[in-house]
Design a binder for this molecule. Structure first.
Ligand code: HEC
Length: 235
């Protein structure tokens, strides 16, 4: 054993006020760290609990306008553009004003109503968001405003409307001067969707839809598509 290590191991408490203060501080800091760490863990648990419990009416609004397996029919086709009226008893899923709706009513109807069989594969989280949307609309609760740009909104909406053509995720997202576009599909068929800010037109390339070459849809149709995608609450 060297003299050095013996010296280090031998603790002489020289309690100058300064050192004492430092020691107290370190102990206090350690306690504070423990408390903070516990709080952080608590917050994580809380946040996880929240995300598991809180349904998202804004996402429900998107699903309301998303086709099921037919790739054609969506809730809004049969129950109204929004569930603001009790079309076909859709309010049976709204629950009370204090609730977030009753997803099990939707699940139950999907099991017995032929028109709704095609939504059988939608997971519980989707039905929870849909029920929350029906609840929010019925009771006039605020639904978070979309944060996407008009273009992103339109592209996302097109992907949900025509998933077999604009099959997300896009293989390429880009811009050529004033044209923003998304490119879909691999292999033989390539589809694309664009918006040219310079001429305010939506451009489509989709051979399966009759657009063998990139085609502008015209200013008024393009504006109509933007409006429709906004109305669908795109996110
Ligand atoms: C092709 C038409 C069609 C589509 C699409 C459709 N529904 Fe329905 N839905 C019906 C019919 C028909 C009924 C039964 C109406 C009645 O009870 O008179 C119904 C009933 C309901 C009810 C009431 C359930 C009950 O037991 O009282 C809810 C809630 C509902 N639908 C939600 C939805 C949701 C959410 C979607 C989209 C995921 C959807 N529906 C898609 C046709 C449709």
């Amino acid at each position: 054993m060297s003299a050095m290590s013996a010296e280090v191991g031998y603790f002489v408490p020289v309690r100058t006020p300064n050192i004492y203060f430092k020691k107290v501080c370190i102990v206090k800091m350690r306690m504070l760290m423990v408390v903070l760490r516990r709080m952080a863990l608590g917050w994580v648990a809380f946040a996880m609990g929240q995300s598991a419990l809180a349904a998202d009416p804004a996402r429900g609004q998107v699903l309301w306008n998303k086709p099921g397996e037919s790739t054609i029919n969506m809730c809004s086709d049969c129950h109204g553009v929004t569930p603001n009226q009790n079309v076909k008893n859709v309010w049976n899923a709204s629950g009370t004003i204090a609730s977030q709706g009753i997803p099990s009513v939707i699940r139950g109807r999907i099991a017995i109503q032929r028109d709704m069989f095609e939504f059988a594969s939608w997971p519980d989280t989707d039905l929870a968001d849909l029920a929350a949307y029906i609840n929010a609309v019925r009771y006039g609760k605020p639904i978070a405003a979309p944060t996407l740009s008009n273009e992103e909104c339109l592209f996302n909406w097109a992907e949900s409307q025509l998933p077999s053509v604009f099959n997300a995720p896009a293989v390429q997202v880009g811009a050529i001067s004033s044209l923003n576009y998304r490119l879909y599909g691999a292999g033989a068929v390539v589809n694309a969707l664009g918006h040219n800010a310079a001429d305010s037109q939506v451009w489509v390339l989709a051979p399966g839809l009759g657009f063998a070459a990139p085609t502008p849809l015209g200013v008024s149709s393009s504006a109509g598509l933007f409006a429709a995608s906004r109305a669908a609450g795109c996110r």
